[in-house]
Design a protein around this ligand. Structure first.
Ligand code: ZN
Length: 246
């Protein structure tokens, strides 16, 4: 089975469209690690695509915030404004879909899906030390997470942790073969709001039989996505950061 792994789409339809086109023919099923909405200007179109095309989806903190969960009180000003706007924009069906999403970790075809970390859906895993400390909580050897908007993730073996490289500037893909006796926390990166200084949309492809992960980046129409945010009268900061990739 070849899985297309999407995370942190954040209502960015232009980025999602570019990813789906770039990945065409390379996958059998789609899974999503949460944050379908929040920040961006197209919550309904992105949620409808996710509803129609994904086999497994877990919730992110923004999916909760945008459907009225109190987690919104912890958000920064621009994130809070976007969450409140999204809450008013979502159709009833899309809101219900987002509200009923399960929390991770979710077992799916031999891998595990989570938004933040295996012990806390809101926890950020940013560095190797944090990844190593989560070892006792990993439900299996292949765990996919999002939330940080930083593509790559970590390999863990015998007390050692190392980082998996994302594609370099101008590079389309980085391929990683999973090794035996190793646990992995893998991050496909953010489709709709990358924060790793690469403004291209990020995603992952995982082959469950060959145990091979491809981390990919693809350019998309950032100008159009920026315009959608500004047309919705959301903070300009949310539009500008797309162009900066941070
Ligand atoms: Zn996110």
């Amino acid at each position: 089975m070849r899985i297309l792994i999407l995370s942190d789409l954040h209502s960015n339809y232009e980025a999602l469209e570019a990813v789906v086109e770039d990945a065409a023919g390379s996958y059998d099923e789609v899974v999503c690690l949460g944050d379908v909405v929040g920040y961006g200007g197209d919550p309904n179109r992105v949620t409808e695509w996710v509803r129609a095309n994904t086999m497994a989806v877990i919730r992110g903190n923004h999916d909760r915030a945008c459907t009225g969960d109190a987690v919104v009180e912890w958000f920064s000003g621009p994130a809070q404004i976007a969450a409140e706007w999204t809450n008013g924009e979502l159709t009833g069906e899309n809101r219900r879909f987002l509200e009923q999403l399960p929390a991770g970790p979710l077992a799916w075809d031999g891998v595990y899906l989570m938004h933040g970390s295996p012990r806390d859906e809101d926890e950020y895993i940013v560095d190797k030390g944090e990844a190593a400390r989560l070892l006792p909580y990993l439900p299996g050897d292949i765990c996919f997470f999002g939330h940080t908007h930083i593509q790559g993730g970590f390999g863990l073996r015998r007390g050692l942790a190392w980082r998996l490289a994302a594609p370099a500037d101008g590079e389309h893909e980085r391929v990683h073969q999973m090794e035996p006796d190793t646990l992995y926390l893998l991050n496909p990166g953010s489709v709709g709001q990358p924060r790793d200084m690469d403004r291209r949309a990020a995603y992952g492809l995982y082959d469950t039989e060959a145990k091979v992960l491809a981390l990919r980046r693809t350019p998309y129409d950032i100008e159009r996505a920026r315009k959608r945010i500004l047309e919705a009268s959301l903070p300009a900061f949310l539009a500008d950061r797309l162009a900066q990739g941070r």
